[in-house]
Ligand binder design. Structure first.
Ligand code: 3SL
Length: 244
């Protein structure tokens, strides 16, 4: 198995489809997706474009649809929810489909939709994703961070490093055998440096600071927890994820 980390969807090679691709947007889209599916949501359907989302969700029964829209860290006007994992309680989301568009995370999922296996991962569900990938043992794995509007983000890199680190430990391979690109080696090092203080890294990250200014400290604390949800968000049709 070889693991390639890409910092943003823009960095993904255009002419190559991996055996398995994992989208990461730890602050906060993939954390929210994992939380919603763990709370019993029927599925999460992702959109890059808000108008497409409104049109497609219109065909769904009103009592079973929740429209999640975030731009710049804030809820989109007229939508049911913003992108906080705390909104995804069983009372609110059970048996509902979330129709979701966020600034960056849902674009990463759209970018990797053609991979043979598509997963969404965050720190909260890292172990569930790692165990599944290790059992499957696909020859090529991509971990794709979402970044912020095309730019690198610390929090997605440290989460990609956390996933890669657990997987690497299970494989018993050397770093040279395991790492498909330099980004993977760098993400492993970043994770090992911060693994016992992920929240402090989130405080330093520019998107962490953006969320703190919006009053979302509790979201940062929640998203910094590792392995608390045993849920595997897996794509069953393009851009639709269910609990596997
Ligand atoms: O960029 C994204 O996709 C979001 O996760 C950003 S936020 O954390 O909801 O602000």
């Amino acid at each position: 198995m070889q693991v390639y980390i890409y910092h943003t969807p823009e960095r993904v090679p255009p002419d190559w489809v991996p055996d398995c691709a994992i989208a990461v947007d730890v602050l906060r889209a993939t954390t929210t997706i994992a939380t919603a599916l763990a709370a019993g949501a029927e599925a999460v359907q992702v959109f890059s474009d808000l108008e497409d989302l409104e049109q497609v969700s219109q065909a769904w029964p009103a009592e079973q649809r929740i429209r999640v829209g975030e731009r710049g860290g804030k809820k989109v006007e007229g939508f049911d929810l913003g992108n906080s994992p705390f909104d995804c309680t069983p009372e609110r989301v059970k048996d509902c489909r979330l129709f979701m568009s966020t600034t960056n995370g849902t674009r990463s999922l759209a970018r990797i939709q053609s991979a043979k296996i598509v997963l969404a991962a965050a720190l909260v569900n890292r172990a569930a994703v790692v165990n599944y990938v290790h059992q499957l043992y696909p020859p090529t794995v991509w971990i794709v961070g979402s970044g912020w509007e095309g730019a690198y983000s610390l929090e997605d890199t440290v989460c990609a490093g956390a996933i890669a680190h657990s997987l690497w430990m299970l494989t018993g391979l050397s770093v040279a055998e395991f790492a498909g690109n330099d980004e993977t080696v760098a993400a492993l090092a970043l994770y090992r440096h911060y693994e016992h203080d992920l929240l402090s890294l989130f405080h330093q990250a520019s998107h962490g600071q953006r969320l703190l200014k919006l009053g979302s400290l509790d979201d940062l604390k929640y998203c910094a927890q590792t392995d608390i949800l045993d849920v595997l968000p897996i794509q069953t049709e393009p851009k639709v994820l269910v609990a596997g």
